[in-house]
Design a protein around this ligand. Structure first.
Ligand SMILES: [Zn+2]
Length: 356
C-alpha cells in the first residue's frame, strides 16, 4: 500500500514537472506575438508630423498593454509620409459609404505579406474621415475576421488623428481597432453562432444603440450638445469608472473583460506559426481557399489576386500554383510528397475546458 502511494506521488510529481516545463509550454503556446505595423501618415502640414509620431508611440504602448496576455502583443513600428493617392487627399478623406472606403483601403492600403512569414500590417493615419451617406465622421475603421469569407483579403486599418491626441480615449483607438482584428466585436453588438464561452458581451445589456456605455462600471452621464453643423445630439460617457475598449464610451479608464482577453489571445495565437513567427499571409487573408492560390504582396501596394490552382501539365512558377503542389521545369507535375504549412492554431477558435 505504502509502495503504491510512493509510486502515485512520483507519477504525480513527474506529471506536474512535465506539464509545467517551460520548454514544453513555449513549444505549445508562443509567448509573444510580434507584429510589424507600417503607419502611413498624412499630415495636412509638415510641422504636425511630430504630433503624428507621438500619437503613434502612445497608441502602440496602450495597445501592447491591452493585449499583454500570452501571446503578448509586441509591435514594431515603421512610418512613411504620403499625401495623395488614388485621386484622394489622404489627410482629408471622404467616401460615399463604408464599402467605398473598404475598396479604397483594399486597393491602396492592404496588409503586406512578402512571404508567409514576413510582411506588415498597414495603418493609414489621416486627419479626417467622412462618410457622405450618413454625413458622419469616424475615428477609425478595421475589420472583424468573421466578416470576411475565409481566404479572402483583409485590408488595412484607418485611424484619424484625434483633435486631442493626448487624452486617454484617443490613445485607445488603435487598441480598439486591433480588437476587431483579434476577433472582438463592439460590446453592444451580438456574437453569432459561437461557443458561449467566447461570447464576450453576455453581461452587457441592452445591446444595440441603447447599449452604448452599458459597459461603464461607474455612472453613465447623458449629455446634450450641438455638433459643428449646429445639430442637436446626445452623447453618453462614463463618469468615475471604466468602460470597455470595444465600447463607444468615453471614460477615465478602459478595460477588456476576461472573455475578451482570452478570445483575443486565441485569435493572436491563430496568427502564429509553430516556430513563433507571425503568419502575415493569414493576417492579410491570402492563404487561399481550397484549390486556389494567391500572388504574394507587393510592397506598399500589396493588393493580392487569387486564382484557381493549375492542373497537371499547365505552366507554373511556384509549387503553390499547382493543385499537385509540385512545379517542375515550369510545369505542374504529379507529386509523391505533400507539404503542408501548419500554423500554431488552425483557423476557427478553439477553447480548452478549464479545470476547476
Ligand atoms: Zn469598432
Amino acid at each position: 500500500m505504502q509502495k503504491l502511494a510512493v509510486i502515485g506521488i512520483a507519477v504525480f510529481l513527474g506529471l506536474t514537472l512535465c506539464f509545467s516545463s517551460p520548454a514544453l509550454a513555449a513549444r505549445k503556446a508562443p509567448k509573444v506575438f510580434n507584429l510589424n505595423i507600417h503607419f502611413v501618415i498624412a499630415p495636412k502640414h509638415k510641422d504636425s508630423q511630430k504630433k503624428f509620431s507621438e500619437y503613434i508611440q502612445r497608441s502602440v504602448a496602450v495597445a501592447e498593454k491591452a493585449y499583454s496576455a500570452a501571446p503578448r502583443l509586441k509591435i514594431d513600428v515603421t512610418t512613411s509620409v504620403k499625401r495623395k493617392l488614388g485621386g484622394k487627399d489622404l489627410s482629408n478623406l471622404e467616401f460615399a459609404d463604408s464599402v467605398d472606403l473598404a475598396t479604397f483601403m483594399d486597393t491602396h492600403f492592404d496588409h503586406v505579406a512578402v512571404t508567409k512569414k514576413s510582411g506588415h500590417m498597414t495603418v493609414l493615419l489621416t486627419e479626417r474621415l467622412y462618410f457622405k451617406d450618413t454625413k458622419s465622421r469616424a475615428g477609425g475603421s478595421a475589420y472583424f475576421p468573421q466578416w470576411m469569407i475565409w481566404g479572402e483579403r483583409y485590408h488595412g486599418i484607418v485611424l484619424v488623428l484625434p483633435t486631442r491626441p493626448e487624452t486617454r480615449k484617443s490613445a485607445m483607438i488603435l487598441a480598439h481597432e486591433l480588437g476587431h482584428v483579434f476577433g472582438l466585436k463592439h460590446s453592444f453588438d451580438p456574437y453569432m453562432n459561437l461557443d458561449p464561452r467566447l461570447n464576450c458581451n453576455k453581461k452587457y445589456r441592452p445591446l444595440g444603440e441603447r447599449g452604448k456605455c452599458a459597459t461603464c462600471t461607474g455612472k453613465v452621464v447623458v449629455e446634450k450638445f450641438k455638433d459643428k453643423a449646429g445639430k442637436k445630439r446626445t452623447r453618453r460617457y462614463c463618469k468615475k469608472g471604466k468602460s470597455n475598449i470595444m465600447d463607444y464610451c468615453k471614460a477615465p479608464k478602459y478595460y477588456l473583460n476576461r472573455c475578451q482577453r482570452r478570445r483575443s489571445a486565441l485569435q493572436r495565437a491563430s496568427y502564429i506559426f509553430a516556430d513563433g513567427r507571425t503568419n502575415y499571409a493569414k493576417l492579410k487573408g491570402v492563404l487561399g481557399k481550397k484549390g486556389r492560390y494567391c500572388y504574394k504582396g507587393i510592397e506598399a501596394v500589396g493588393r493580392n489576386e487569387c486564382r484557381k490552382k493549375h492542373k497537371l501539365g499547365k505552366a507554373c512558377v511556384r509549387n503553390a500554383h499547382c493543385a499537385s503542389r509540385r512545379c517542375l521545369a515550369f510545369r505542374c507535375t504529379a507529386s509523391s510528397r505533400r507539404k503542408k504549412v501548419k500554423s500554431a492554431m488552425q483557423p476557427g477558435l478553439k477553447i480548452r475546458k478549464r479545470k476547476k
